[in-house]
Design a protein around this ligand. Structure first.
Ligand SMILES: Nc1nc2c(c(=O)[nH]1)N[C@H]1C(S)=C(S)[C@@H](COP(=O)(O)O)O[C@H]1N2
Ligand SMILES: [Mo]
Length: 370
């Protein structure tokens, strides 16, 4: 075993880029991982699959770079006499980086050890975000201008080779995953619900999830109305029956996949009213309308471009039954092709607008905190 590792070590050292190239490549990889990780939350259709591939390949490249780096500094770190005030944070950074890489890989390989409401994927995201301040602090103490970086042809080739190796390793994990029976993961990495949670949840065989702290009291169907406002000829205030349809059930029905960024998905048939039909009833101003904003009784909200919004559904039913409170009764947004956090629950207002709503990102995070 030891001899094999030593042989691998010798081989690896032959492709090791120069120290400052390694250091800068680490910074670039971390930036790429944070950006692609966050960006991946906005991609819910297979055309966005590349961002997940990129995230995996660069992640594995980063693992090799961190290996080189730790090997290089091992003596300095082991001798506390040589520590300065930046060293403790650097050590913490190494630990967090390894933990982020480890949780990411573990998840990809099918593992999940939930901690309270957090899946291992949530933990991975948390650790990744924690790296941002740590890396910035590290750069403060150990900054070398990119001009000092000895990136010659050979170093560039070696760095490129590492990226190729990272991509190959990622393909290998995909294959391993399939062999281990994880083939039902979506391109987003999400797994079917049953594997992750007790599926015996109320009114639907999938989990009830709140992004952060949204947890309203049940909304009374009798007094609830759905308001349609903004760039419309006629403002509407619709009672539950007008949204849920008459005795024959909802007017619209759509099969769509709810894919939560904590790493699970469920495919369901949703019933309710097409947003396009709502906009038509209200006489939306087609010349000026660009976005439609959906707002929850809790303030949680999301906007969709108007053309996409028309095909979205405000669902009162799932799987042929009325939505339960946890899943957003009386009505929740079903936005096919969007990640779960954009599927606003407990919707009470629809607004036709000229502009998007950048604040929605913040609002979803703080909604529910008093
Ligand atoms: N108002 C509101 N809507 C919300 C959320 C929330 O916290 N508040 N969570 C979102 C998230 S993160 C997901 S994954 C889905 C979960 O829907 P479910 O609870 O029906 O599974 O609802 C979304 N809609
Ligand atoms: Mo979610």
């Amino acid at each position: 075993m030891g001899r094999v590792l030593a042989a691998i070590g010798r081989r690896l050292r032959r492709v090791e880029p120069p120290p400052r190239v390694v250091d800068w490549a680490i910074a670039v990889c971390v930036a790429c991982e944070v950006a692609s990780g966050l960006y991946s939350f906005t991609r819910g259709t297979p055309s966005g699959a590349w961002v997940f591939w990129l995230h995996s390949s660069v992640g594995l490249t980063l693992a090799a770079l961190v290996g080189f780096k730790l090997y290089r500094v091992r003596r300095r770190v082991a001798a506390p006499a040589s520590w300065d005030r930046f060293t403790p944070v650097s050590v913490l950074q190494a630990v967090v980086t390894l933990a982020a890489l480890g949780t990411g890989t573990f998840w990809v390989l099918g593992g999940n050890v939930p901690i309270l409401a957090w899946t291992t994927l949530n933990l991975h995201v948390g650790l990744g975000l924690l790296l941002v301040p740590l890396v910035l602090w590290h750069l403060r103490g150990r900054y070398h201008s990119p001009r000092d970086v000895d990136l010659d042809r050979r170093a560039a080739l070696r760095t490129g080779a590492l990226l190729v190796a990272g991509t190959v390793a990622w393909r290998a994990t995909e294959t391993a995953d399939r062999v281990l029976g994880g083939a039902t993961r979506r391109f987003t990495g999400s797994k079917p619900t049953g594997d992750l949670y007790d599926t015996e949840t109320e009114g639907g065989s999938f989990p009830v999830t709140s992004w952060v702290a949204d947890d309203p009291d049940p909304v009374d169907r009798e007094s609830w109305t759905l308001s349609v406002r903004g760039l419309v000829e006629e403002e509407l205030d619709l009672p539950f029956e007008a949204v849920a349809g008459d005795a024959d059930g909802p007017d619209a029905s759509v099969a769509a996949t709810l894919d939560c960024t904590s790493g699970w998905y469920t495919h369901q048939r949703w019933g309710g009213v097409r947003v396009g039909d709502l906009l038509e009833s209200a006489g939306a101003d087609d010349d000026r309308a660009r976005y439609v904003r959906f707002t929850s009784v809790t303030g949680y909200r999301w906007s969709l471009p108007v053309d996409e919004a028309r095909d979205a559904v405000l669902a009162t039913h799932v799987g042929g039954r009325r939505l339960s409170h946890g899943h957003g009764a009386p009505a929740r947004l079903v936005a096919p092709g969007r990640r779960g956090f954009q599927w606003v629950k407990w919707v009470e207002s629809v607004e036709v607008r000229e502009r998007g709503d950048p604040m929605q990102w913040l609002v979803t995070l703080i909604s529910g905190f008093d």
